[in-house]
Design a binder for this molecule. Sequence first.
Ligand code: ATP
Ligand code: MG
Length: 487
Amino acid sequence: MKRSPSVLLAIGPLLSREVDLDELLDKIVRRVADAVGADRGTLYLLDPDAGELFSRAAHLPELKQIRLRLGQGIAGAVAQSGVAVNLPAAHADRRFFAEIDRQTGYRTRSLMAQPLRDRQGQLIGVIQVLNAAAGAFTSDDEARLSCLAAEAALAIESTSLYLQIRPRRGSAPVLPLGYRFNRIIGEAPAMQRVYGLTQKAAATSATVLIRGESGTGKELIARAIHFNSPRRDGPFVKVDCSTIPATLMENELFGHERGAYTGADSRSVGKCEAAAGGTLFIDELGELPLGLQAKLLRFVQDREFERVGGTRTLTADARLVAATHQELESMVGRGLFREDLYYRIKVVQIALPPLRERGTDDILRLAEHFLDVYRKKHGKEAELSAAARQRLCAHRWPGNIRELEHCIESAVVLSDGAEIGADQLALPGAATAPTAGVFVPRTLDDVEQEHVVRTLASVGQNRTQAAHLLGIGRNTLLRKLKEWKLA
Ligand SMILES: Nc1ncnc2c1ncn2[C@@H]1O[C@H](COP(=O)(O)OP(=O)(O)OP(=O)(O)O)[C@@H](O)[C@H]1O
Ligand SMILES: [Mg+2]
């Protein structure tokens, strides 16, 4: 039995790669089982509302999902007592739930199980390994499992994947089991639609057009599509049409043959070719020179091209994902973008909402996320004050998430105390720009929160006056602000 030399799971690199929760958990289970010389393992997560554990990753392909009440079976008993177990003969233990073995035909002998806890010490699940290669698990194995469980819990907790399946207190459980994308923060309904489309598109090799204002996360979604697709082990190659001069663009896309022009003393491979087996991401598609659009169309249709200065027709099997912030339709109308290319590219369209339409919950979630990232990066301890949170909610974010990210990073860098005040955010005072006339469905809670924040901003944070304008008591206002962590 192969054992990993180190106790560390090296989950960090996995996290940046895994954009699919189940695959991440699966890898964790496999690594843990390997590290302690077990035949197989199961990772259970806690569904706190149902008071049950559900298996989320396992070596047992025969069983889709196991659900155990707290106290039921050995994993359930570990969840209930919070105490790890190491049993050389699990089937002889009275807590053993023999039904699973009966259903799978597997014969459990030795078993170790360890609770998984988040940073606050709350139980989030149980990890269980079965059948030590050496017959029984040793106390060394026990110690190893305990370290690994701590590391796995931290990894699971710190990924946005887990946050998205974890039921929030007081809200209807969103458990289980849809796929979500790592490091992409946001739960607004418009983002849920984006996740759904991204997931569907990723499973195919269809051409995708991602639209959205500057800084809304187009590149992030393009990467999520690639890393969730069957081509994930192939290259992800980006061409940015807005930064490459038009004259060099053809070279960039298709490469050149030796002697194609002065200075071309060797052959060069273009990005279409480099992306073979993977995904070609064409950023700022609207900036692609008209003259090149016909050549790209040919590539989109038949995956055929010629290098600059070449006569041989080549092919490359690259999946295409394009992004733009421009109104391609009106460019088509004005003769600036080829209509045939437009229709070929927009097989699947994913429209990213501007941040101001995602609501204040998402703004605060993203702000906390960036706070976390930049605190670690710059070694600072800063927290956002209630006033700073209000200011973030009231801003209209024309530069979207990129603007928010920069705003938080500079506040972290410049902060000298434990708290970031509203004045330390490099933002203009309460914004007044009107909302665009497009109807965007949002939750009532979200609309309420934004309305309250903007009312407060309009009266210079005077709560008595704001409460009066809102037609509610001052205490009700205070309670709401506390609930939203804005006071
Ligand atoms: N939902 C999200 N969760 C976390 N980070 C995000 C999210 N969306 C965007 N970001 C971050 O915001 C920044 C801008 O995102 P990205 O570059 O993907 O946007 P874009 O639409 O391509 O912008 P541009 O049009 O300016 O090129 C990046 O640092 C990205 O990691
Ligand atoms: Mg971009």
